[in-house]
Design a protein around this ligand. Structure first.
Ligand code: HEC
Length: 291
């Protein structure tokens, strides 16, 4: 069934009876068009942010995902945060704060990692405490309470004031702390779910019918489950679940972008792109489109 324009519509749902997004009143199309356009900009910004944070202008690869959630058997979080190879633009780059001069930083780096690699002995806490608690080094941000200006310190949630505070960050092979994973899961699940529901709702109001009208909205939700579920499985088990994070994230992103672009096409151009895609998708038996 080529189905392109002439096929009678066999569904008769209210949305179809009312036409596609292009049949909506002008003000509604403006609202939808602006929303979808901004979502595309948001998505572009998120891609840039991921690349900048990863350094080197590429997306974080499977190894970076594995280390982030599961940990590296040889490295502690201090190793990772203090790695001088981290990009200058990476918000997790902490090497900069080790001291004022290159020499100070290199010496403090040797001191701290030497301590970690010796098993972070309590007896030598006094040697590393000046760097970790110093107001000009880590202590300016990684401390409880407020700074001189009365503002809460940036990393009051990860203080380095006592030996016990620092110990978890000095543990090698540790993955993402449970508290952080729970918080990020909580925040992301809500955001992802709302985005998938809104975009899926809009897309299912277009003239697209057939498998594509079901598969694209479904792919967004499956992507969320694979991505967020992958964080937990990677943390608990390690390889190969980093691939679930990567595939899930890609699936979510690709399906959202596809739905946004197709919806925007219908709302703003009356379906210029759709007319080009329709024969291809119909030949693949993936889609029909209402006239
Ligand atoms: C100017 C404030 C500031 C200073 C100074 C600072 N940090 Fe941080 N640190 C941060 C922020 C903000 C984060 C969270 C970054 C993020 O997750 O995007 C962080 C995160 C970390 C983390 C956790 C990284 C991870 O795996 O998520 C470690 C470990 C760390 N810092 C160590 C240090 C050490 C050691 C020093 C001193 C050499 C230091 N920091 C100095 C602000 C600071």
């Amino acid at each position: 069934m080529s189905g392109a324009g002439g096929a009678p519509s066999a569904h008769g749902s209210p949305a179809a009876a009312a036409g596609g997004l292009d049949a909506l009143p002008g003000p509604r199309r403006v609202v939808l068009g602006a929303f979808l356009g901004l979502l595309l900009a948001f998505y572009g910004a998120a891609q840039v942010q991921l690349r900048v944070a990863a350094g080197g202008g590429s997306l974080p690869g499977p190894d970076a995902v594995l280390v982030r959630y599961h940990g590296d058997p040889l490295k502690s979080r201090l190793h990772l945060a203090l790695d001088p190879a981290r990009a200058e633009t990476d918000p997790r780059r902490m090497y900069t704060f080790l001291g004022e001069t290159d020499d100070d930083r290199a010496a403090a780096h040797r001191l701290l990692l030497g301590w970690v690699e010796a098993g972070a002995p309590r007896a030598r806490w006094a040697e590393v405490a000046p760097v970790l608690t110093g107001a000009k080094t880590c202590g300016g941000c990684h401390a409880r309470g407020a700074d001189e200006g009365g503002l809460p310190r940036v990393k009051a949630d990860l203080p380095f004031e006592t030996y016990e505070d620092v110990l978890p960050s000095a543990e090698r092979g540790a993955g993402m702390p449970l508290a952080e994973l729970t918080t990020t899961t909580h925040n992301h699940l809500f955001g992802f779910a709302v985005l998938a529901a809104l975009v899926g709702w809009i897309f299912t109001g277009t003239r697209w019918r057939g498998p594509v009208a079901v598969l694209l909205p479904l792919a967004a939700f499956v992507g969320i489950v694979l991505d967020v579920g992958g964080w937990w499985l990677t943390r608990a088990v390690g390889s190969p679940f980093q691939w679930s994070v990567i595939v899930g994230g890609a699936l979510f992103g690709a399906s959202i972008v596809a739905m946004v672009v197709l919806s925007l096409d219908e709302v703003a151009t009356g379906g210029v792109l759709a007319r080009r895609l329709r024969p291809l998708l119909a030949a693949l038996r993936l889609a029909r489109r209402d006239a």
